[in-house]
Design a protein around this ligand. Structure first.
Ligand code: GLN
Length: 200
């Protein structure tokens, strides 16, 4: 399994490490051509406005949309989630618009720009997942085709739409590989059939 990590800006190295630890071959991606032959792509956390502009400049945005059109799997964390969302409240910033999500940037409040919380994510098993949130986006609404895999404070924090996965938190900053493994199973086309919560 060969997974690319978009390496324009953000916490690229942490995702490479998590993916390798989960058993994938992980490579940095900066140009449209580098998407060829990938099973999946990770869009890391960082600054969504910066990454969005660079995506357009290098025409990597168009290449990612083609990749998804051909059945490629994509996993976005934090800024990656923002870039994958169709609607960003109060912002016209460039985006990929891959998932039927409406988000608010930096919406968990000024005093708690960053926080950690134990997350219940049934699709990953009974054990709680340690969630690291860094100036995280808050998902305001999700479309009908979006499955909410986990919530915190009444809001979705891990969502899936077909082979697209997005997290408001940063699993790559922990040693817990369950979210990355879940993504690898999506990229392999597997877990949807095995997990009863994934029907439909
Ligand atoms: N606040 C950032 C943004 O809006 C996201 C932060 C992150 O990726 N950790 O793009």
């Amino acid at each position: 399994m060969r997974i690319g990590v978009l390496a324009l800006q953000g916490d690229v190295r942490e995702h490479l490490r998590s993916l390798e630890a989960a058993g994938a071959e992980a490579v940095e991606i900066r140009t449209p051509g580098e998407l060829n032959g990938l099973d999946g792509l990770v869009i890391p956390g960082g600054e969504s406005t910066t990454v969005g502009k660079l995506l357009v400049k290098g025409q990597v945005d168009q290449a990612i949309k083609r990749f998804v059109g051909q059945g490629g799997a994509v996993f976005g964390t934090c800024a990656g989630l923002i870039l994958m969302s169709r609607s960003i409240n109060g912002s016209e910033q460039p985006r990929l618009g891959l998932m039927d999500l409406q988000v608010d940037r930096n919406a968990y409040g000024r005093q708690i720009n960053s926080f950690e919380a134990e997350l219940s994510i049934p699709a990953l098993g009974k054990q709680m997942f340690h969630g690291v949130f860094i100036r995280a986006p808050r998902i305001a609404t999700v479309g009908q085709g979006v499955q909410v895999l986990g919530e915190f404070a009444g809001r979705p924090i891990l969502v899936r739409q077909g082979r697209l996965l997005a997290a408001a938190f940063h699993p790559e900053l922990t040693d817990d590989l369950r979210v990355h493994r879940y993504f690898l199973s999506l990229a392999a086309g597997g877990s949807a059939d095995r997990d009863p919560a994934m029907k439909g």
